[in-house]
Design a protein around this ligand. Structure first.
Ligand SMILES: Nc1ncnc2c1ncn2[C@@H]1O[C@H](COP(=O)(O)OP(=O)(O)OP(=O)(O)O)[C@@H](O)[C@H]1O
Ligand SMILES: [Mg+2]
Length: 236
């Protein structure tokens, strides 16, 4: 479904991503792990069209979408839940969700809202509350729900559990498992490497802008010390 080949992205003279290649198959849950500054956000930003690659290609569903603008990528079926869960804090929960669905045909929007209530029951109680009053966990759920309102065929999430209390980290990983069981295709950046490997079909390890390892959880964890070296210590 997604095919990244030799992708390089620079900030000025710094190559934050170097010759990265990876694939995500339809219905697959793929993790992207690696230490701070590895280029994980840069990779997702480049796929989503927020950053222009200096070299390499992005193919999505057999189309070359390299360098497409973010709104075009969204319409093509790729949604990103960005780092730090950006939501519109002055708008209510339901208004945020409606905005997430602007590219969705109106007749499908109410059906999708029902689906979001089912997936995120705690959001329904906050339906007309300003998003600025949500807790960190609720805000993250809203950010994910908003992205789902665009009916993405590929959903990318950048560190969805970051900064959440342990019980809410559990909620995020349960949600990922739930979306996986519904056949969703996910690419998820996580610092919480071992937990991500639990729910992912496969993962890529990024380090200093390069893909340094790829495999199933068992394959990567089987590399023992090497895995620690790749991912860095203290990643749960
Ligand atoms: N806007 C920017 N301008 C210049 N350099 C940047 C910019 N954003 C990121 N970088 C650099 O690019 C490299 C990759 O950063 P990136 O944010 O992609 O890493 P990351 O793996 O997402 O890290 P983290 O785990 O901290 O989120 C880092 O060296 C970072 O300092
Ligand atoms: Mg990042």
């Amino acid at each position: 479904m997604l095919e990244i080949d030799g992708l390089t992205t620079r900030y000025g003279s710094i190559s934050a991503l170097r010759d990265a290649s990876l694939t995500v198959g339809s219905g697959e849950v793929v993790g992207l792990i690696g230490p701070n500054g590895a280029g994980k956000t840069t990779l997702m930003g480049t796929i989503a069209g927020l950053l222009k690659p200096a070299a390499g290609s992005v193919r999505f569903e057999d189309r070359n979408v390299t360098g497409w603008a973010p709104d075009r990528m969204l319409r093509a079926g790729v949604a990103l839940v960005p780092e730090h869960r950006r939501i519109f804090t002055d708008l209510s929960v339901v208004e945020n969700l409606r905005l997430g669905g602007v590219t969705t045909p109106p007749r499908e929007r109410s059906e999708l809202l029902d689906e979001m209530v089912e997936l995120f029951p705690s959001l329904e109680e906050r339906w007309t509350t300003s998003a600025g009053y949500l807790s960190g966990g609720e805000a993250q759920q809203l950010a994910i729900a908003r992205a789902l309102m665009s009916r993405p065929r590929l959903l990318m999430m950048d560190e969805p559990s970051l900064g959440l209390a342990p019980v809410l980290v559990d909620v995020v990983f349960e949600l990922i498992a739930n979306l996986a069981s519904r056949g969703r295709t996910l690419l998820v950046v996580e610092q919480n490497a071992t937990r991500m490997l639990d729910v992912a079909d496969r993962a890529y390890v990024l380090r200093s802008g390069e893909v340094v390892a790829e495999g199933t959880g068992d394959e990567l964890l089987g590399q023992g010390d090497l895995f620690e070296t790749f991912v860095g210590t203290g990643n749960g």
